[in-house]
Write a protein that binds this ligand. Structure first.
Ligand SMILES: [Fe+2]
Ligand SMILES: [Fe+2]
Length: 252
């Protein structure tokens, strides 16, 4: 990512997919790299998992370099966690955007200081698709991976899958942002997925959804981007992964 705080993952004359990486630096001892994303289509913005309250100012400034803040039409929250949605109150004050999230998490958002429930577009469990310019954003069920109400995103133009916490890697101060060697990367994925993800059955359901799509990249909320052969290697790994309730004996 060089010295700049963003990376353009896809760009054509009307469509752009941008990755940011802002971390909550007040917790450097428990470092977890966090990625935020922005799709800009004909000047309209679609913001993805904008993050915690602590990074709001930096995010606001970074985002405003790519889209007029008042032109942010939608803000998507893959699930309810603070590293995903902690800044929802601040974004509600500073934009006119609609907020897209699982219907089961709406009632919890007031605890982040968000009260404008009429601005929420709730997602039913089976997901939905949204017309964005002449293209679509698809909301794909990813429940219990790890949150009970959880969605991944597929952008039909760039063919990028935003996978939320699926594919998250625990990595310290990354110098690059792309998986290079999947065999080596597995060790950064394993601990997180075994403990945070619901079960192998749930992983398989999500992988099945992914196999319906033509994917250019899988981009997670933490860690590195999967491209080329690493997409299939990751899906195969996840399809076989024992996690969550598969490992019940380790928890009790
Ligand atoms: Fe999470
Ligand atoms: Fe997360």
């Amino acid at each position: 990512m060089d010295n700049k705080n963003y990376e353009i993952l896809y760009e054509d004359e009307s469509h752009k997919y941008i990755m940011f990486s802002f971390d909550d630096e007040s917790h450097e001892d428990a470092y977890l790299s966090v990625n935020q994303y922005l799709i800009v289509k004909n000047g309209a913005g679609f913001l993805i998992d904008p993050g915690s309250e602590a990074i709001f100012d930096e995010m606001y400034e970074a985002v405003s370099e790519h889209v007029e803040i008042e032109n942010i039409k939608y803000i998507f929250f893959s699930h309810q966690d603070p590293d995903v949605a902690g800044s929802i109150g601040q974004w509600s004050i500073s934009t006119k955007a609609k907020f897209i999230m699982s219907s089961i998490w709406i009632r919890f958002m007031s605890h982040y200081g968000f009260t404008e429930m009429s601005r929420v577009m709730p997602l039913a469990d089976k997901g939905a698709q949204l017309k964005f310019g002449e293209d679509y954003i698809k909301f794909i069920p990813a429940h219990f991976l790890h949150s009970p109400g959880n969605f991944s995103l597929y952008d039909t133009k760039s063919k990028i899958v935003f996978s939320g916490d699926i594919g998250a890697a625990i990595v310290s101060s990354p110098e690059h942002k792309q998986v290079e060697n999947f065999e080596e990367h597995k060790e950064h994925l394993a601990g997180f997925h075994k403990r945070y993800m619901g079960s192998n059955k749930l992983c398989r359901a999500w992988v099945r959804e992914m196999r319906q799509l033509n994917i250019s990249m899988i981009v997670p909320q933490h860690g590195f981007v999967f491209k080329d052969d690493n997409i299939e290697l990751f899906l195969e790994w996840l399809d076989e992964l024992e996690c969550g309730s598969d490992l019940l004996d380790e928890l009790y």
